[in-house]
Ligand binder design. Structure first.
Ligand code: ATP
Length: 313
C-alpha cells in the first residue's frame, strides 16, 4: 500500500482517513472527487494531481504555490483548503466541497438579471480585495474558476496561476504572461510588466460583462484581432445594460491600467452599493436545494459511497 490508497469492499480509502466517491470534475492536471472524512463524516472535494505529469511539464513549483496561496487566503468567498496529503505518485488536496457547480454553467443557461449579477460581483470583489490585501494576485479569473455553493454563494478557486508580492521584479511589476485570452488584461499581453491587482480587476470587468450580457466583450475567431480589440478596449455594451452598469464596466475595462478603477472606487460606485435581491437562486435551484436536504437524498448519498470504486487514474 505504498500509495496510501486501498480498496475496502467497494469503496476506496485514502490514508485510512477519507473514503473516495464519484468524480466531480477534472481540469488539465487534476481530477476532483467527492470524498468523506471517516472521522467527522464531513464531505470534501478531493483534488488529485499526478506527480509524474506535473513534473514532466515543470509545474511542480506552480502546485507548491497553489498550496501556499490557498493556505493564506481564508475567506467566505474562496474555496477553503483543509489539508494536503501526498503519496509516491499523487498529491491530494482535501478542499471545501462546493456543490452548486461553476458560475460558467449558470451563464450557459442565459444572461443574469442585473440584481443577481451584482450579488456575484460583490462577492467576487470581496474575495479579490482580500487576496490583494494579502499580496496575492489570482491571474486567471474567469467564470470557470468561480464555483457556487448550495445557497448560491460564489467561491473563487484554482489558484494554480496565482502570484505573490515576492514575485514582483525590480520594477515592482509581474512579468509572466498567463491567464485565459478572453479575460486577460491588455498590459499582460503587452509583456512590459504589469500590476497583478489591476490585471485581476480587468478580468473582473470581463466577468461582470459576461454575467450581464451572456457573451464576451472581446471576441474574434482570430486571436490577434481579439488581442487588438483588448488593447484598444474596443467593446460595446448591449442596450439592456443600465447606465450605472455601463459606467462601471467602462471604468473596469479601461485599457490604461494607470487610470483603471480601483477596488475602493468600485465599492463606492452606485451600482455596486445597491442591496441584494431576496433570493439569487432560480426556482429549479431552490427545488434542488430542498431535495438535497431531504432525508431521501441523504440516504441515497451514503449508498453512493459504497457502490462507487475508484481506479487510479
Ligand atoms: P485547470 O485545468 O483549469 O487548471 P485544474 O486541473 O486545476 O483545472 P480545477 O479547476 O481545480 O482543476 O478542478 C476541476 C473541476 O473540478 C472544476 O471545474 C470543478 O467542476 C470541480 N471542482 C474543483 N474544485 C471543487 C470543489 N471544491 N468542490 C466541487 N467541485 C470542484
Amino acid at each position: 500500500m505504498g500509495d496510501n490508497k486501498c480498496k475496502d469492499g467497494n469503496s476506496t480509502l485514502l490514508h485510512g482517513k477519507y473514503e473516495l466517491g464519484r468524480l466531480l470534475g477534472h481540469g488539465t492536471f487534476a481530477k476532483v472527487y467527492h470524498a468523506r472524512n471517516l472521522k467527522s463524516g464531513k464531505s470534501v472535494a478531493m483534488k488529485v494531481v499526478g506527480k509524474e505529469k506535473v513534473i514532466k511539464v515543470g509545474m511542480m513549483e506552480q502546485i507548491k504555490r497553489e498550496i501556499s496561496v490557498m493556505k493564506m487566503v481564508q475567506h467566505p468567498n474562496i474555496v477553503e483548503l483543509h489539508e494536503v496529503m501526498a503519496s509516491k505518485s499523487k498529491i491530494y488536496f482535501a478542499m471545501e466541497l462546493v456543490r452548486g457547480g461553476e458560475l460558467f454553467s449558470r451563464i450557459a443557461k442565459g444572461r443574469l438579471r442585473e440584481d443577481v449579477a451584482r450579488v456575484y460581483f460583490q462577492q467576487l470583489i470581496s474575495a479579490i480585495d482580500f487576496c490583494h490585501s494579502r499580496g496575492v494576485y489570482h491571474r486567471d479569473l474567469k467564470p470557470e474558476n468561480l464555483l457556487l455553493d448550495e445557497e448560491g454563494n460564489l467561491k473563487v478557486t484554482d489558484f494554480g496561476l496565482s502570484a505573490f508580492t515576492e514575485h514582483l521584479k525590480q520594477d515592482g511589476l509581474l512579468h509572466t504572461t498567463c491567464g485565459t485570452p478572453a479575460y486577460v488584461a491588455p498590459e499582460v499581453i503587452g509583456k512590459k510588466g504589469y500590476d497583478g491587482a489591476k490585471a485581476d480587476l480587468w478580468s473582473c470587468g470581463v466577468i461582470l460583462y459576461v454575467l450581464l450580457a451572456g457573451f464576451l466583450p472581446f471576441q474574434d475567431d482570430n486571436i490577434v484581432a481579439m488581442y487588438r480589440k483588448i488593447y484598444r478596449g474596443d467593446f460595446k455594451c448591449p442596450p439592456w445594460f443600465s447606465s450605472e452598469a455601463r459606467r462601471l464596466i467602462t471604468k473596469l475595462l479601461d485599457p490604461n491600467p494607470m487610470t483603471r478603477i480601483t477596488i475602493a472606487k468600485i465599492m463606492d460606485s452606485s451600482w455596486f452599493k445597491k442591496s441584494a435581491p431576496k433570493s439569487i437562486l432560480t426556482k429549479e435551484e431552490q427545488e434542488f436545494q430542498e431535495y438535497e436536504k431531504s432525508p431521501f437524498k441523504q440516504s441515497e448519498t451514503l449508498n453512493a459511497f459504497h457502490i462507487i470504486s475508484l481506479s487510479e487514474g
